[in-house]
Design a protein around this ligand. Structure first.
Ligand SMILES: [Ca+2]
Ligand SMILES: [Ca+2]
Ligand SMILES: [Ca+2]
Length: 588
């Protein structure tokens, strides 16, 4: 019995309704009451739950009677029949009328669970101390069959909707009969004015504790009751499409996915994704080079072009780099020489080797151990076509020659070489008949050398400025050529007007010698057979064919031995004899 409350507030009655959860937010001051439903405990085909009441305001209240209602999810009965009974309540409430003294408070047709008292007689009210939860009832629901498996009776749809304590058609929501002190005063109860003397009926909203989506949700018939909460950290480049949401994210953030638990219908799991987005980058560089260009990707480019390379940045994202490369297109030259062995006079040569069909389509110099130097991958081996050899007249091909571009410094090192074709008029062309293009040589000053397999080569007497405009280099005039130190023989043969390359180097060892060791005469004999010096090899393409008539002869008319000797004896170098040695005036 709470006489003090009765004496102060006799006859003053309030019915308190909390209309919505919004009003709950005002429940920290003034007059406010909170009803909570919690502590669901299952035992076979029964479960109990508690209903608590707390005076959450600052107004002193006394309770005279109370009722509540809960809607559960359809299907709870699982085909059976549900009944509800009162188990117990806080001993403080012993003076109030019992809950449901004459019925179980369950209505199957509306899935409604209800508890109700009648009001206590005036003077029997119970004081609700502010902030102290009082258990209004522990109730038990029983089913005639087992509950549905993994079933949440208070989870009607998604977990985002708070479990609402009831708004069932024809049913009163949670309500309590209250007495306030002091009497006869108007109060604002959760936003609704109440005049104590008249009394006002108001709805109360209860909330489930704990939340059905929390760590201990109301789930029947399941031992694995917890939702799964996952924290995920991911780093992606540019964007990330999260399979859990199907969304594509392009910026940093914490993203949430809520999705059904695969084991428990009605239970939802949550994953929090902390996403870091790094971005790809790209840039373009422009490079001009007159040499093969080796890029950051390790590749060496010998042609102008646009190249791209995809690397990984420090963040692990693509770093796309584009190279706009312009390569200088080398240098072009058009040298001119006359070979004494093939010389026909008047600045022209004969082309017996071509006429006799012994000229090879592939250059002979690589096989003679001339070192090919050029663009990356160049290994010599130039080939021409039968059509080139079908040309007659002044541009008919006499033979292959070897052309070198050499460094302007004293090393005279070879920068590039090319095997080319020599025309009857002395012009040297490439395998297609055009000027010689050294694609990988930068414009600049160079020495130029022309060599022949059985003639003594020459080098320009000074450096020549080369570019991609074809440079004529005429070794047939009196313009001085480079002189080899200590070499006493003339670098070229002088026919009075033209300069010719000395013939007779049958061994291709940069000299023409008729006598002594390693002389070029004996090579002729060896070629045709020492025991058969009168033999003739014909038609042949051989270095021993000094006069380039397609025959190798040691004796008799038009033999190569005497042709050689005749050139040596007329070399005047310094006083010619068969022992005179003609030297090639090139650095090597
Ligand atoms: Ca020509
Ligand atoms: Ca020789
Ligand atoms: Ca011959």
């Amino acid at each position: 019995m709470k006489k003090y409350a009765y004496n102060l507030l006799k006859g003053t009655l309030f019915f308190i309704f909390l209309l919505s959860t919004i009003l709950e937010t005002h429940a920290q001051a003034g007059t406010a009451v909170l009803i909570t439903v919690s502590n669901m405990v299952q035992s076979g085909n029964t479960f109990t739950y508690d209903v608590y009441c707390t005076n959450t305001g600052t107004t002193t209240l006394a309770i005279r009677g109370y009722s509540w209602g809960l809607n559960h999810t359809p299907g709870l009965s699982n085909g059976g029949t549900i009944s509800q009974s009162f188990i117990s309540r806080d001993p403080l409430l012993a003076g109030l009328p019992l809950v449901n003294p004459s019925s179980n408070g369950y209505t199957a047709s509306s899935s409604h669970i209800r508890g109700t008292t009648v009001n206590a007689a005036a003077g029997n009210e119970v004081l609700l101390t502010t902030g102290v939860p009082i258990r209004l009832a522990t109730m038990q629901l029983s089913n005639t069959v087992l509950w549905p498996s993994n079933f949440n009776p208070f989870l009607p749809s998604l977990p985002f909707s708070p479990i609402q304590v009831i708004s069932a058609p024809g049913r009163t929501q949670c309500l309590m009969s209250m007495i306030v002190t002091p009497p006869g005063t108007s109060y604002v109860i959760n936003g609704t004015p109440n005049v104590g003397a008249l009394g006002t009926l108001q709805n109360l909203t209860a909330q489930m504790i704990p939340s059905p989506t929390g760590t201990n949700p109301f789930i029947l018939n399941c031992s694995c009751l917890s939702s799964i909460t996952t924290y995920l950290n991911l780093t992606a480049c540019d964007s990330y499409t999260w399979p859990l949401t199907g969304q594509t994210y392009t910026s940093n953030g914490v993203y949430t996915a809520i999705y059904p638990n695969v084991f428990i219908p009605g239970l939802f799991d949550t994953t929090y994704l902390t996403l870091t987005i790094n971005y790809s980058s790209s840039n373009t560089s422009t490079t001009i080079s007159c040499e093969p260009y080796t890029w950051i990707n390790g590749a060496t480019y010998t042609m102008s072009g646009i190249y791209t390379y995809t690397a990984l940045s420090s963040s692990g994202c693509d770093s796309i780099v584009t190279l706009m490369l312009t390569l200088i297109n080398g240098v072009k030259i058009s040298p001119k020489v006359l070979l004494s062995g093939a010389y026909a006079g008047a600045g022209m040569m004969q082309d017996s080797l071509r006429v006799k069909g012994v000229l090879p389509l592939m250059e002979p110099y690589t096989a003679l151990n001339f070192t090919p130097i050029g663009c990356p991958g160049y290994t010599g081996g130039e080939t021409t076509t039968a059509a080139m050899f079908a040309v007659s007249g002044n541009n008919a091909i006499v033979d292959w020659v070897n052309v070198e571009i050499r460094s302007p410094n004293l090393s005279y090192s070879k920068v590039a070489t090319q095997n080319a074709l020599l025309q009857r008029d002395g012009q040297i062309v490439d395998v297609n008949g055009g000027p010689l293009n050294f694609n990988c040589v930068c414009p600049g000053s160079y020495f130029v050398t022309v060599k022949h397999r059985n003639h003594l080569g020459v080098m320009s007497g000074s450096t020549i400025t080369l570019s991609n405009l074809t440079q004529l280099i005429d070794f047939t005039t009196s313009t001085p050529v480079w002189l080899k130190p200590a070499a006493i023989s003339a670098p070229r043969e002088n026919d009075g007007i033209y300069r010719l390359l000395w013939p007779g180097d049958t061994r291709t060892d940069k000299n023409t010698r008729y006598s002594s060791v390693n002389n070029d005469k004996e090579a002729i004999l060896i070629a045709i057979g020492i025991a058969t010096p009168n033999n003739t090899l014909s038609p042949v393409y051989r270095t021993e064919d000094v006069n380039m008539d397609g025959r190798v002869k040691y004796n008799n008319a038009e033999n190569d031995k005497n042709f050689m000797l005749n050139k040596i004896l007329h070399s005047n170098s310094p006083v010619s004899s068969p022992n005179t040695i003609l030297m090639q005036h090139t650095p090597n």
